[in-house]
Write a protein that binds this ligand. Structure first.
Ligand code: IPE
Ligand code: IPE
Ligand code: MG
Length: 241
């Protein structure tokens, strides 16, 4: 079975999962940790190179301050709790997103986790926190503009490869498989540039319900797709891509 090199997931539906049980939204966010562990283990086991998880979007800052505070607290606790095991399993961690507004303690743990696991040879785990696809593209444009102003780059040298290298996922293969749980079929400002040719797969399960069976369905569906990248089916059949 063809295995995606890079899987990107929008983990959606925690709040509804909690509401369905008469619980506060935070209970849903807590319950969302189990499928996170499962996806990390399963992706590592299947030989997936990179897994990117959308944990908190640029727009999620607009949620009630109590929920935002709770999420930040949960990220910190989860990182403290999981980092040893992730490091032991050889996972290398990277965070993408705008760090400026994050609580200082969380930003420091993120930095430390990245430094500690940077040389690990296993699964590349990317957590998108305070991330937005538009923010990513604007940041890249700003970086390139700064290089141009410094005289290190000519505008004519900016091509797709150079632009991609200024984005947050630089160095990783583009996502092959995108999964969104929670029933909504939208991108919600996730990896706008990088999803250009990603295979999209949507699950009606709420994130805390996401399990190995559903993940297997996503992988199996991915393996059955013909990826043409603009070519004809005949060209693909002849091995052109
Ligand atoms: C996803 O679940 C987690 C975050 C966005 C932080 P939600 O909190 O969006 O859950 P629903 O979509 O309201 O059910
Ligand atoms: C997307 O979920 C962001 C994350 C899962 C982190 P949202 O719940 O924020 O997306 P919308 O608002 O339904 O589009
Ligand atoms: Mg949601």
């Amino acid at each position: 079975m063809r295995v995606p090199r890079h899987v990107a997931i929008i983990m959606d539906g925690n709040g509804r999962w909690a509401a369905n049980r008469g619980l506060p939204r935070g209970a849903g966010h807590r319950a969302g940790l189990k499928p996170v562990r499962l996806c990390i283990e399963e992706c590592a086991r299947r030989g997936v190179e990179a897994l990117t998880l959308f944990a908190f979007s640029s727009e999620n800052w607009k949620r009630p301050i109590t929920e935002v505070g709770l999420l930040m607290q949960l990220f910190l606790e989860a990182l403290d709790r999981e980092i040893d095991e992730l490091a032991t399993r050889g996972v290398s961690l990277r965070f993408i997103g705008e760090r400026d507004g994050l609580p200082a303690a969380l930003a420091e743990r993120m930095r430390a986790a990245e430094a500690r696991t940077a040389a690990n040879p296993g699964l590349k785990l990317v957590i998108a926190v305070a991330y937005g696809g538009r923010w990513d593209i604007v940041s890249a444009a700003r970086r390139l503009a700064t290089e141009v102003r410094a005289g290190a780059l000519e505008p004519g040298q900016i091509d797709e490869a150079r632009f991609a290298a200024a984005l947050a996922l630089d160095g990783l293969p583009e996502p092959d498989l995108f999964i969104r749980t929670g029933g909504d079929r939208r991108i919600s400002n996730f990896l706008l540039w990088n999803l250009a040719y990603t295979e999209l797969w949507f699950s009606d399960l709420l994130w805390p319900e996401f399990d190995g069976v559903e993940l297997e369905r996503a992988f199996a569906d991915f393996a059955s797709r013909e990826r043409r990248f603009g070519l004809t089916s005949e060209q693909v059949g002849a091995g052109a891509c």
